[in-house]
Design a protein around this ligand. Sequence first.
Ligand code: ZN
Ligand code: ZN
Length: 185
Amino acid sequence: MSAPQGLEIELPRDASGFVRRQCPSCLRIFKTRPSRFDARSLQRRLLVMFPFENPHEGYEPVPTWTCFYCGHQADADEWLVRDHVAYLESLARGLANHVRYEQLAHVTRTLSLNPRPTFVAVPPEALPQGMPDEPEDLRPLYLVCCADDVKALWDWDGPFYCPRCGAHHGGLAGRQQVHLEFIQE
Ligand SMILES: [Zn+2]
Ligand SMILES: [Zn+2]
């Protein structure tokens, strides 16, 4: 027996196919379509918690994303919600236990001729199952800048940013807002 290989982890999607994100600055929640960088983001975060043999693989670059609400910008691997991070932490603990077990079991095996073994390696628990299901929630919106969909809090009616390109948009439809700006000299 060896440590599990070919581990596949994936961010859960809601019924409409959106993935939950949380701003690392204002902590508000929004959703975007899955990104092709999601797997790399998960790997980067997992590697911080549990370094594998080839750590440099986890540090492939990821794009910068922008908070829908506050405009904060951060690497794509910083937008995981608490549930996602909690799963990665339990996974990292599980992986560490499996590796430790293998090391102890190896010692036990090589000590098999020893008439007085001093310990027995206890098999670790199975690795945690996938992440929790993602509920269908939040308000779908269309972003003209990237011809893409996003989901945001229902009560947000102020200006917002495109998470992908960072473009700044005016207030949400349904409320006409007039902004008067005076330049002071
Ligand atoms: Zn924010
Ligand atoms: Zn955009």
